[in-house]
Design a protein around this ligand. Structure first.
Ligand SMILES: [Zn+2]
Length: 606
């Protein structure tokens, strides 16, 4: 994605009516130069939230939320910075300009635009076919009578029906000016195996669910076959230039507002589950495209939610998916909860009766911590009828308990585990202290100093150094503002980072500035953890001044490290470095004197 020009961002700020934007969330009253009202970010009875239209800023004296209109839209609508800018630009009619991009990138963007347009038109075609064609009567009956979904909510999701002809989309698409190549790339048609060189519609005689990205653009379809013999039951769009299954969540375009407002997301498995729950007012629901939730999907949710409730089947496959989610979430700030669905029932079925829908709401409300769920799953699978079996269960459970941190929930789980294993709680607690190892258990791996004493407390995490803190903040700001960070990636080098993991993040970011998690897999969990942790760092929206200030700090640190070991430096270089070091120190203190650069926690730091 090419970057906006700074002028574009300025024009968007100038054109935006911040009072109008904020008024969608809270009633504002004029008070001199300012507008005041109840804070839309925290619960309060007396107004401590104010907006200053002249400066274009909002600030809450209660919770210290603050920023400009772009920040407000980011926070309230759960959008990333570039998306918030684009949304405001569209609303206030600001022409968006991007830094000149290379012609190839521009061509790729233009093409994605064409494919997106084709997908939109086909979605509209399928939708009108569902509601208007007599040939879609069976599909309507299925959706409305069998699945109990209302027409209104089906329409709001754009559910449709693909006619059973071989060439509805192929012919209409070409008439509308799309090439066969474009229709193929959009995943709307496919090559014929039997007649090389000819093509036919991918979706035929199926109920279609348009899959949209978080901004509401159609990127693909899920399509359900009719009748028991339909194979496969669900046919999805292939991965393409516009559709990436691993980073798509069905329903996110409609759910992101409610998720950002309530802080909670509900993740289910099926298209109809999402629609049924939205229809019943549980509008923070999305579905994963497949059973396993991916790092990208969690990252997407992490942009809006603090809590994610996984409402997946409690069978083994579902359970494994949930545990994988835990590994993926790692040390991120997302809290993962589990609402285990009763076996053989899906949320859409349950929503059909009042009793079922109440039960589902209870399950969601009673969702348990993923770690608690994990512990119970281990105990449930273990053979607890004899002491060796119970020992094995304890071995498995302890690391999970240790990972929970010192919480009351954990304390309760320790009691529960002790109870189930018929053991003293002290035994469980003792084992946790020894880092999950059985005293005098198997030999320790060679080369781990100090691990010979199995009673030693688990190694405490080392506090980051000041230098590492500064390195982390630089990277966090770069991620926040890919638009601004490009020039810093040119000036920064690996020797600006003392922490190996931060150096790895830097190198990753330099290659994938827009989407650093792209293509990372399970073997990269340390990198994924580090990146998601940095994404969660609280800071004010990055500005050019912040980045410049942070860059100077890192450059100063680097010079200090070099100057500490001046052996081997040419005298002339040494002098130049000392001079540069002095210049940086002056520049840094003058910035600090002006109070820029986060020396004082800003209004947006929460
Ligand atoms: Zn507030």
């Amino acid at each position: 994605m090419s970057r906006f020009t700074p002028e574009t961002i300025e024009r968007v700020r100038d054109a935006t009516d911040i009072v109008e934007i904020v008024s969608a969330y809270t009633d504002l009253r004029r008070q001199g130069e300012r507008f005041v009202g109840l804070c839309p970010f925290h619960d309060e009875r007396t107004p401590s939230f104010s907006v200053k239209p002249r400066d274009g800023f909002y600030y809450c004296f209660g919770c210290e939320a603050g920023g400009d209109a772009i920040r407000f839209v980011q926070e309230k609508e759960g959008l990333a910075f570039p998306d918030a800018v684009e949304a405001l630009a569209e609303r206030y009619g600001v022409e968006v300009e991007r830094e000149t991009e290379d012609p190839k990138a521009e061509e790729a963007r233009r093409r994605r635009g064409r494919l997106g347009e084709a997908l939109e038109r086909v979605a509209a075609f399928y939708e009108s076919f569902l509601w208007e064609s007599p040939k879609a009567r069976k599909a309507r009956t299925y959706l409305i009578e069998e699945r109990g979904l209302g027409e209104e909510v089906l329409r709001s999701f754009g559910v449709g029906f693909a006619p059973s002809a071989w060439d509805s989309v192929l012919t209409r698409g070409q008439q509308a000016g799309y090439s066969v190549d474009e229709l193929l790339a959009a995943g709307l048609i496919q090559r014929s195996q039997r007649n090389p060189g000819s093509h036919y519609d991918r979706f035929r005689g199926r109920i279609t669910f348009p899959v949209r990205d978080h901004r509401g653009r159609v990127v693909g379809f899920g399509a359900r076959g009719m009748g028991p013999d339909a194979k496969p039951k669900y046919l999805n769009s292939p991965e393409s230039e516009v559709y990436r299954k691993s980073r798509t969540l069905y329903g996110i375009d409609r759910a992101r507002g409610p998720i950002a407002r309530g802080g909670r997301a509900v993740v289910v498995e099926g298209y109809t589950d999402v629609i049924a729950l939205h229809g019943a007012g549980v509008e923070e629901t999305v579905a994963v495209m497949g059973t396993a939730i991916t790092p990208e999907q969690l990252k997407l949710l992490g942009g809006y939610a603090e809590e994610v409730v996984l409402a997946l089947d409690a069978d083994r496959a579902g359970r494994e998916a949930m545990l994988r989610a835990q590994r993926v979430a790692g040390s991120g700030r997302l809290r993962l909860l589990v609402a285990a669905m009763p076996e053989g029932e899906d949320p859409a079925d349950m929503m059909q009766s009042e009793e079922g829908s109440n039960r589902l709401r209870e399950l969601l409300a009673d969702a348990v911590d993923l770690a608690v769920f994990h512990v119970r799953a281990i105990l449930g699978d273990a053979d607890l009828s004899n002491p060796p079996g119970r020992d094995r269960a304890l071995d498995e459970v302890v690391p999970v308990l240790v990972g929970m941190g010192e919480t009351i929930t954990r304390q309760e789980m320790v009691r529960e585990v002790a109870d189930r294993l018929d053991a003293a709680p002290e035994l469980v607690a003792g084992r946790m202290k020894s880092g999950g190892r059985r005293p005098a258990a198997r030999p320790e791996p060679v080369g781990r100093v100090g691990d010979g004493q199995s009673q030693a407390p688990p190694r405490r995490r080392r506090e980051p150094t000041q230098e590492e803190r500064r390195e982390a903040m630089m990277l966090a700001l770069c991620m926040d503002a890919p638009d601004l960070s490009a020039s810093y990636f040119e000036r920064l080098g690996p020797d600006h980072f003392t922490s190996p993991i931060l150096r790895a993040v830097f190198e990753r970011l330099r290659e994938h500035p827009a989407d650093p998690l792209d293509g990372l897999g399970e073997s990269d969990s340390a990198l994924i953890n580090a990146i998601t942790k940095l994404q969660a760092v609280d800071h004010e929206p990055a500005t050019r001044e912040d980045l410049e200030f942070r860059w100077m700090l890192l450059e100063r640190d680097r010079l200090d490290r070099t100057l500490r070991h001046p052996e081997g430096l040419e005298p002339a270089d040494l002098v130049a470095m000392q001079k540069e070091r002095g210049r940086l120190a002056d520049a840094i203190s003058s910035v600090e004197a002006r109070g820029i650069g986060g020396a004082v926690p800003g209004p947006a730091a929460r």
